[in-house]
Design a binder for this molecule. Structure first.
Ligand SMILES: [Zn+2]
Length: 341
């Protein structure tokens, strides 16, 4: 495919004076990591890739399912049929509309062990996750390294976002020393409007672009929340770090140390994730072994095995998501029986 002329492709964005030709060049040289590529993450990746961010690193632990298609704008029915890892599907989709963006996909769960490898060497980190455990890990990493990051979340009709410039503005732990109550529901329990997702992604992507073109004076220095259904709007001032904050004042990065992190976690929608394994899996060999026990199929990225009422999804590094239970003991025993102990 012939690549489009740079000036032509971005002509409408360059016409916006605060970006201009100079800003567009800065965006082309910029490096961004997006953690989580579900609804918010795919909207962020879509906006930023179309805007001409030169390098996107996309990290996601999950695979595409039919229930994602209502709001996860980078995926289609073929991705769901193939159970493609979201990071891989996102990279393919972006290549189709902007082949000049360098996309580095990682089908991985962000953990204290790999956070440095996965989040280093970028200009800004964007939050596309659905859980506070990962957000606190991102916050600790960002504050410890002085990397800007943008918190973004959407649930039901409600959207919330905050831009963090470490040392200059409040961080996530300044505002929420512990996981906020009432925000630990997931979209599997509360549902979600796709418009709440695209709303929060639009605000967060714009903040990222302001940062990357050096328009720091235009950054919002508040935690913004907006309910697209009720039209409730609120802001909390985040212009200064909070004295006594565990992360930015005391520099006590408990989440980087990975204290108390379980090897098995619940991951929404009636599923358990097993991420203690660090052993390469040979999909052909496992397929042969599992075939007598139930339907099994795999592609290059993921292997799926059905054993009613459970569905096991296995990744090449040995990580697994077991659907059909929230009982970690059941999940562990299924994994031991069908993958190995
Ligand atoms: Zn703080």
């Amino acid at each position: 495919m012939q690549s489009l002329d740079f000036a032509e492709r971005y002509s409408r964005q360059v016409l916006f004076p605060p970006i201009g030709a100079e800003g567009q060049k800065q965006l082309a040289a910029a490096r961004v990591a997006i953690v989580g590529c579900g609804a918010t993450g795919s909207a962020l990746a879509s906006l930023l890739a179309r805007a001409g961010i030169g390098y996107l690193r996309i990290i996601d632990r999950d695979y595409v399912e039919p229930s994602n298609l209502q709001r996860q704008v980078l995926f289609d029915e073929a991705d769901a049929a193939e159970s493609l890892p979201k990071a891989i599907a996102a990279a393919r989709k972006i290549k189709g509309f902007n082949s000049e963006v360098s996309v580095e996909p990682h089908a991985a769960d962000l953990t204290p062990q790999n956070v440095e490898e996965l989040l280093s060497s970028v200009d800004v980190l964007l939050d596309g996750t659905d859980n506070f455990e990962t957000r606190y890990l991102m916050n600790d990493f960002a504050v410890s390294q002085g990397t800007p990051w943008i918190y973004a979340a959407a649930l039901a009709s409600y959207a919330v976002t905050m831009t963090v410039l470490p040392g200059e503005m409040a961080c996530l732990a300044c505002i929420f020393p512990d996981s906020p109550r009432g925000m630990v529901e997931t979209c599997d329990t509360s549902g979600i409007l796709n418009s709440a997702v695209t709303f929060v992604a639009s605000i967060a992507a714009t903040e990222a672009i302001k940062l990357l073109v050096g328009a720091r004076d235009k950054l919002r220095r508040t935690l913004l929340s907006y309910d697209v259904w009720a039209n409730d709007f609120a802001e909390i001032n985040t212009a200064k770090p909070r004295a006594g904050c565990r992360a930015c004042d005391l520099r006590d990065f408990v989440h980087l140390a990975g204290e108390g992190r379980p090897h098995i976690t619940l991951c929404g929608r009636n599923s358990v994730q097993i991420h203690e394994r660090q052993r390469p899996i040979d999909f052909d060999e496992v397929t042969r072994r599992l075939t007598p026990h139930g339907p099994v199929r795999h592609n290059e990225f993921v292997l799926k095995f059905w054993r009613e009422p459970y569905e096991l999804t296995l990744f090449p590094d040995g990580r697994a998501i077991i659907k059909g239970t929230t009982d970690t003991a059941v999940a562990r025993s299924l994994y031991a029986r069908y993958v190995g102990s």
